[in-house]
Ligand binder design. Structure first.
Ligand SMILES: Cc1cc2nc3c(=O)[nH]c(=O)nc-3n(C[C@H](O)[C@H](O)[C@H](O)COP(=O)(O)OP(=O)(O)OC[C@H]3O[C@@H](n4cnc5c(N)ncnc54)[C@H](O)[C@@H]3O)c2cc1C
Length: 342
């Protein structure tokens, strides 16, 4: 049953939910989901997210919204009560969604947001376009965004995370992005408007990137194709690309990791200190630290989000005991644990 709540009703709900037991929480969730604006796109209630994340885990989103186009998204966000949380999701390649799911409207952009247009050395891409496709199409047109070829995310996720590898980062090529703010306003952000850091950016809270423009150098398409083949080979030799993972589990320790700045040294790797703490191959439930690359957390088949996060936390503890370094998660962990875990 869905019924509309006033602002006061939503606040009361938040207070009641804070003090509710596990079972009561479930009842509150089913009974008091606020009525949402009616979009042109697809709005689904209680959508399981596990098959939308690379790790294959996670509970349901209260709501799951696939906008028809940018104006549908903007109108929806404008009319959505500001108290309702939203979570923009790319293709889930950097996420652990916890087993209890997300108390939010998860927004996932679809086909109408994945166009790629190339003019000279500028590449315009929709936020749902896959990094690999953008790299390939750019290379065919002679534009070097080859570093994106082996990153399995979408352009929206790449901007949010300042994705990078082989010495290049999104921030090195970023010209501008279109976003829809939480209030439903469509804005263009230029490079100076966003502060990019190592695997992070400061996009306005609750905003959804819908498209972006990048630029890069022009090169012979064959040279670019060969470069991508080498990178793919390198990846599959050094990383568990066939296992279910979310890429690097932890950032390389601060002060030792690449921020994309030339003066930043990169000689201490998370995988090395995890190895030194004896955690390569460690298991917890269905979760395992990859034997091939010890900064990769993998789902061996039946892991829960709680197994994966629990093993990651155990690694952090062991590393701290061994080397006094506090590892920071690179994988984003979102949502609530199952009521059984609390
Ligand atoms: C095998 C493997 C290898 C990887 N290698 C690399 C690597 O070399 N370098 C690297 O940087 N990363 C790597 N990753 C991690 C991951 O691919 C990147 O972080 C990627 O950019 C995430 O994109 P996504 O679309 O999957 O985003 P998601 O995982 O879905 O989301 C990540 C974050 O982006 C936000 N987000 C997504 N879309 C939007 C949007 N449209 N608007 C606003 N916010 C949005 C989400 O809210 C979330 O905060 C790897 C992952 C895997 C599984």
């Amino acid at each position: 049953m869905v019924r509309q709540l006033s602002e006061a009703g939503l606040k009361t709900l938040a207070i009641r939910a804070r003090f509710a037991s596990g079972v009561e929480k479930q009842i509150l969730k089913v009974t008091f989901l606020p009525k949402l604006p009616l979009p042109r796109g697809k709005l689904t209630q209680s959508r399981d997210l596990s098959n939308l994340t690379w790790l294959g885990v996670g509970g349901p989103a209260d709501y799951f919204f696939q906008p028809e186009d940018e104006s549908d998204l903007a109108n929806f966000l404008r009319d959505l009560p500001q108290e309702v949380a939203i979570f923009p999701m790319g293709v889930g390649s950097n996420l652990i969604v916890r087993d209890g799911g997300l108390r939010a409207v998860v927004i996932r952009l679809g086909r109408s947001f994945n166009q790629v247009i190339i003019k000279e050395n500028k590449v315009s891409a929709g936020a749902a376009a896959l990094d690999a496709m953008v790299a390939r199409k750019s290379a065919e047109a002679g534009v070097d965004l080859t570093f994106l070829r082996t990153i399995p995310g979408s352009i929206g996720g790449a901007i949010c995370m300042n994705a990078g590898c082989y010495g290049s980062y999104i921030s090195d090529h970023f010209v501008k992005a279109r976003i829809v703010t939480r209030e439903g306003e469509v804005l263009t952000l230029m490079a100076d408007d966003i502060c990019f850091g190592y695997r992070q950016s400061n996009l306005p809270h609750g905003s959804v990137v819908t498209a972006a423009v990048f630029e890069s150098s022009l090169e012979d398409p064959q040279v670019l194709a060969d470069r991508m083949s080498v990178q793919l080979k390198k990846r599959s030799e050094s990383q568990p690309t066939k296992d279910r993972s979310a890429g690097s589990m932890f950032r390389n320790p601060a002060g030792f990791s690449s921020s994309g700045q030339a003066d930043d040294i990169q000689d201490l790797k998370a995988w090395k200190i995890i190895d030194d703490a004896g955690m390569r191959g460690a298991r917890f439930g269905g979760a395992q630290i990859s034997k091939k690359h010890s900064n990769f957390l993998i789902n061996t088949g039946d892991a829960t989000a709680s197994d994966l996060e629990g093993l990651g936390e155990l690694v952090r503890k062991r590393v701290f005991n061994q080397s006094k370094i506090e590892l920071e998660w690179e994988i984003m962990r979102v949502g609530e644990p199952c009521s059984d875990d609390t």
